[in-house]
Ligand binder design. Structure first.
Ligand SMILES: Nc1ncnc2c1ncn2[C@@H]1O[C@H](COP(=O)(O)OP(=O)(O)OP(=O)(O)O)[C@@H](O)[C@H]1O
Length: 472
């Protein structure tokens, strides 16, 4: 490895763990404490003045340029770079005017405003060298993409799906409450610790603008809402979706909600429903926009889960279900699929829901009416909760004498036992990693690009979607 054994202050670099459009991420060890960290190197000016349509070549060139600069930095300093640490509070308080001068600090500033949340990656230090900025963060060994696709970690465990998804929602809710819109919610930007706790990272596209321009803010196409793709590039620049004429700019908040809906499909079906929510370019999405029940034909969804997804994946962004409601529905849903292990899922107790949805201890809108507490099989389902959490669930169960499973979805005939079996979900369609162009918002026009071609792209293209049969 190129920078093996190089040091930045007290951090010893051990390997490269990520390569994005404008950042390189390294695994490092603090030689004083032996604690592991992830260090992201970003270059000043790297996210300025780049428009959306970028090829993989350009991404490669960007990171090659950064590598070269780092080479020189380490060479000049004989492998030990000593750089000052920037006061985090001063970065957090930076203004839009500051971001115009130092655009790459916007990602760090917005991230710092929310990194206190338990499910958002913590930034420890920001180090400034002459050629680039180093963001020192907590290190997590896995990301959600690898866990879903490679490890197939979720398809046999509905409680784990609930836990992970509620933690994602909780992190996102915290961001929205603080006026930060992530705009690049995708499995690669969700990291996992060894106990399957989620941590949101990469605020490179995030914005404080409640509305963003459709033609500037391009995220990963799989997770991008239709209103940010299907725009008229003509003078009016207004979006037209299903005959609706939408605002010139798109709601940042509602865009994140759409991405959540796609993540739910990833977690439960190991699929992406379409490549791009663009009627003109994607046949599956075209059919979905005409008739949402197409989702039930291409994915093994239970009726209850289809009903929930159709409320999240509303083409009209204003009609999308609110985040708090999504969380409550996920907590109480009793089936994700119409067959296999996810066809029977216990609802969460109020205590467990509170812990996942409000790890910061803020008030919740959980409705006691909706809660069900029959989680007696929690442990045997390979319980995703810690012992403490399990105790809370278990104690509640002891108080609860009604253990009958009462399915919302009576039409589901739940062929799978849901316990221990590998299930019958068709999981041969690989989940696509995000490799399309990305750029960041908005009023401040700070586009960045990302054309990460993942290992899974080839696999995905080979397998393609069963949905393609719909188009024949
Ligand atoms: N704290 C961390 N712990 C472990 N791995 C990390 C961490 N932060 C980032 N990574 C890894 O590095 C990859 C790239 O990081 P990040 O998304 O922040 O960079 P980027 O340049 O914005 O990438 P992209 O252009 O793909 O969005 C992540 O997908 C993840 O695999």
């Amino acid at each position: 490895m190129r920078f093996n054994d190089c040091r930045i202050n007290n951090y010893l670099i051990t390997s490269q763990i990520g390569e994005g459009a404008y950042g390189l991420v390294y695994h490092a060890i603090d030689i004083r404490t032996d604690k592991e960290y992830a260090i992201k190197a970003v270059v000043e000016g790297s996210c300025v003045g780049r428009e959306t349509d970028n090829s993989g070549d350009e991404t490669y060139q960007n990171s090659a340029r950064l590598q070269k600069k780092l080479d020189k930095l380490f060479q000049d300093s004989k492998d030990i770079v000593r750089v000052p640490s920037i006061d985090l509070k001063s970065i957090e308080n930076m203004s839009e005017a500051n971001f115009k001068k130092l655009p790459h600090y916007k990602e760090i500033s917005l991230h710092l405003r929310v990194h206190r949340h338990k499910n958002i990656v913590t930034i420890h230090e920001v180090l400034q060298s002459a050629i680039c900025t180093f963001i020192v963060m907590d290190y997590y060994p896995n990301d959600l993409f690898t866990s879903i696709v490679d490890n197939r970690h979720f398809i046999t465990n509905g409680l784990l799906v609930k836990k992970v998804f509620l933690q994602i929602c909780s992190a996102l809710n915290y961001c929205h409450e603080h006026g930060i819109y992530h705009c690049d919610i995708k499995p690669e930007n969700l990291l996992l610790d060894a106990d399957d706790n989620v941590f949101l990272c990469d605020f490179g596209l995030s914005t404080t603008s409640t509305y963003i321009k459709p033609n500037v803010c391009i995220g990963s196409s799989y997770y991008m809402p239709p209103e940010r793709i299907s725009f008229d590039s003509g003078k009016g620049c207004s979006s037209k979706i299903r005959g609706l004429k939408l605002r010139k700019n798109c709601s940042s908040c509602n865009g994140d909600l759409w991405s959540l809906g796609i993540i739910l499909i990833n977690l439960t079906c190991i699929r992406n429903p379409w490549l791009k929510a663009d009627k003109g370019e994607d046949n599956t999405y075209y059919y979905f926009s005409k008739d949402p029940t197409v989702l039930k034909q291409i994915l093994p969804l239970s009726n209850a889960f289809y009903s929930l997804l159709s409320k999240i994946l509303q083409v009209d962004p204003k009609k999308r279900m609110h985040l708090q409601e999504i969380m409550k529905e996920i907590s109480s849903i009793t089936s994700f699929t119409n067959k296999g292990p996810l066809s029977k899922v216990p609802p969460l107790s109020k205590a467990v829901y509170e812990k996942l949805a409000n790890p910061m201890g803020t008030a919740s809108n959980f409705s006691p009416l909706r809660q069900r507490t029959y989680m007696e099989n929690c442990k045997s389902l390979s319980c995703p909760f810690s012992d403490d959490e399990y105790d809370v669930v278990h104690q509640k169960k002891d108080d609860d004498h009604d253990h009958d499973h009462d399915h919302d979805d009576s039409s589901d005939n739940g062929t799978g036992s849901g316990r221990g079996s590998l299930g019958t979900l068709e999981t041969d369609t690989g989940l696509q990693s995000s490799f399309t162009s990305t750029s960041c918002d908005s009023d401040t026009e700070c586009p960045k690009t990302s054309n990460k071609i993942s290992l899974f792209e080839k696999k995905f293209n080979e397998l393609h979607m069963t949905a393609s049969s719909l188009t024949n």
